[in-house]
Design a protein around this ligand. Structure first.
Ligand code: F6R
Length: 610
């Protein structure tokens, strides 16, 4: 997730910008840059890599400036490089941006026909060119920016400075975070409070659709669509710097669980068209003609990403009727897989750097398969070595236990399955628009699902001293049972197992006694009655049942000691909603056991060795 900083005031802006960027490092980034005003105009310094590289590039120069903007980039469009790093510039207009401009391809084509020359692969660069274009038509800086904003679709927080009006910063917020810091004759803009907490604790949070015009005299906020002034009250921040980095959450894992509505919205942004009933395939390097020829799919991954792969099989086979095989990457690479002609291998990896997944990916290519990577990190090895990439855009995941990366992988697989089904003629346009409509409601449903947190915490209190835990699911939610168990064991060190519920009688039922908590996933699907019978089997042997079911389900409640009722969605998206209480349960159990939630013992975020 990119980080923005901006300063206008009486002090030297440069150390303030650099310091601000360092405070935003926790958001994850792959390149950085600053722009500041000197006597002969704006200077822009950018580099791929760490902020210390940026510092090195300007060290020794006697730089002073009273106004500037800076940026840490978490790549979404275009690999991490100096050219793609922000700030971007067109004429005298310099811009930093956090978010995604959905319609940037069309805007870029249009601007190119008007003679604009682009120097990066980013979506951001269209913003400065658009503003510049309007300024050339005689509009003031403010009006040119407003006019440019009228073209943008997507999520953005933007900071803009202009050589011809060097006494002001314009800052815009639309669905991406932005906060303004209020000092004495000095003001800050940032993606997050820690960037300027050292200088002021008084802040304003602009709302979506608002633009702030900031000079050393003060801040004026307006609704940029209605061109109407608005008043926003200042708030005093009492958080410590570490609390502020985690957005007030105690751990990154909890913050990332709560970020899921935004992360899912970013994953689906600009990815499909309701009118055309189709997924936008261009971005993934896949053509419909290629999908038409696919006769078999292999899904390959490790850990939580492997759970996504298992769910992906249910989605693809059900929607597109193409046979899928799922492999753990460390098995695939050594099992000499038989890859027939027409095979597509989908590797799923949050980091894009997992050694076993990369080895499996290389093996698949060697055996002649096309490879699609579902990946969260732009420019990662997996994304570079694949034929096509579906970026999940969930923002950096810092907690070792994967949460938002998992649910956005499932969102990507849902979209891929629809694209595949359309190419194969297995879904009608009407069915596809219904699937899209449900997807559009998903971020809100996830938001509702998160309200279960208090109830989950109570359950965690009751069970946090147990030694073992069992998770049961069936069908598309069986991998969610595996995921619940993996999360619990990795962060709370409680021994946990996930099973397909129908497998109980073949062994695990022997474990059930009065001390064994059993969490059962019971959505209203085709195997609902079967799972009720499995719950009966547990109950009659004294097991303590926790049921996750859909709102309004009284039957599941009567079968269990605790019931967590979740919002209803379609069959394919249920695993996303049902993973939420399981991730929260693991989190609370680990906190109650005083475990190091964000960095569990023996684990690394990115497993780059075999
Ligand atoms: C579990 C977890 C790991 C990763 C696995 C693969 O919470 O995070 O199991 O899912 O190490 O990592 P990626 O997806 O980066 O390939």
């Amino acid at each position: 997730m990119c980080g923005i900083i901006g300063y206008i005031g009486t002090k030297n802006a440069i150390p303030i910008l650099i310091n601000g960027l360092k405070r935003l490092e926790y958001r994850g980034y792959d390149s950085a840059g600053i722009a500041f005003l000197q006597v002969n105009g704006f200077s822009v310094s950018r580099c791929a890599g760490k902020i210390r590289e940026l510092e090195r590039s300007i060290r020794g120069e006697k730089l002073r400036a009273k106004i500037g903007i800076g940026h840490t980039r978490w790549a979404t469009h275009g690999r991490p490089s100096e050219e793609n790093a922000h700030p971007h510039r067109s004429g005298g207009i310099v811009v930093v941006h956090n978010g995604i401009i959905e319609n940037f391809y069309e805007l870029k084509d249009d601007l190119k026909t008007k003679g604009h020359v682009f120097s990066s692969e980013t979506d951001t660069e269209v913003i400065c060119h658009l503003i510049c274009d309007y300024e050339k038509k005689g509009l003031s800086f403010r009006d040119a920016t407003r006019a440019a904003l009228g073209h943008l679709e997507g999520a953005y927080a933007i900071g803009v400075i202009n050589e011809s009006e060097p006494d002001r910063i314009l800052a815009v917020k639309n669905d991406s975070p932005l906060v303004i810091g209020l000092g004495k004759k000095e003001f800050f803009i940032a993606s997050d409070i820690p960037a300027f907490l050292k200088y002021t604790r008084d802040v304003i949070f602009p709302e979506n659709g608002e633009m702030a015009e900031i000079t050393t005299e003060g801040v004026s906020i307006s609704n940029f669509r209605k061109n109407r002034k608005v008043t926003r009250k200042a708030t005093r921040i009492t958080w410590s710097p570490t609390m502020a980095e985690k957005g007030g959450y105690k751990h990154f894992m909890l913050k990332e669980i709560y970020e899921q509505p935004r992360a899912i919205a970013d994953t689906i942004r600009g990815r499909f068209s309701l009118e055309k009933a189709g997924v936008n395939l261009d971005e993934f390097g896949l053509k419909e003609s290629l999908l038409k020829r696919v006769s078999k799919i292999f899904l390959v991954a490790c850990g939580t990403s492997w759970h996504s792969a298992l769910i992906g099989k249910y989605m693809i086979e059900d929607m597109a009727r193409i046979p899928c095989e799922v492999d753990i990457a460390s098995e695939f690479r050594y099992r000499q897989p038989l890859i027939p002609r027409g095979s597509l291998v989908i590797v799923i990896t949050q980091s894009g750097e997992t050694a076993d997944t990369l080895a499996a990916q290389r093996e698949a290519r060697k055996l002649g398969a096309r490879v699609l990577s579902i990946c969260n990190v732009v420019g990662s090895t997996s994304s570079r070595e694949a034929h096509g990439v579906f970026y999940t855009h969930s923002g950096p995941e810092i907690g070792v236990a994967s949460t938002k990366a998992f649910t956005t992988q499932l969102t990507a697989l849902y979209l891929f399955s629809i694209a595949m089904a359309k190419a194969k003629g297995k879904l009608k346009d009407k069915e596809i628009t219904e699937l899209f409509s449900e997807l559009l409601q998903l971020p809100e449903k996830v938001e509702t699902a998160l309200k279960i947190d208090g109830a989950v915490k109570k359950i965690a209190k009751k069970y946090c001293k147990v030694r073992d835990f069992l998770y049961l699911g069936r069908g598309i939610n069986y991998p969610i049972a595996l995921e619940g168990a993996l999360k619990l064991k990795e962060i709370s060190y409680i021994h946990a197992e996930g099973y397909p519920a129908g497998e109980m009688k073949h062994g695990p039922i022997a474990l059930i006694d009065n001390d064994m908590p059993v969490l059962t996933l019971a959505p209203n699907d085709n195997v609902y009655e079967k799972i009720l019978s499995n719950m009966e089997e547990v109950k009659s042997r004294g097991g303590k049942l926790i049921a996750v079911a859909v709102e309004g389900n009284r039957k599941a409640a009567s079968h269990s000691s605790e019931t967590l009722l979740m919002p209803e969605t379609n069959y394919y998206l249920t695993p996303i909603i049902f993973s939420i209480p399981l991730h929260l349960l693991a989190y609370h159990m680990a906190v109650l056991k005083k475990c190091n939630v964000d960095q569990p013992r023996n684990l690394a975020k990115s497993v780059t060795v075999e």
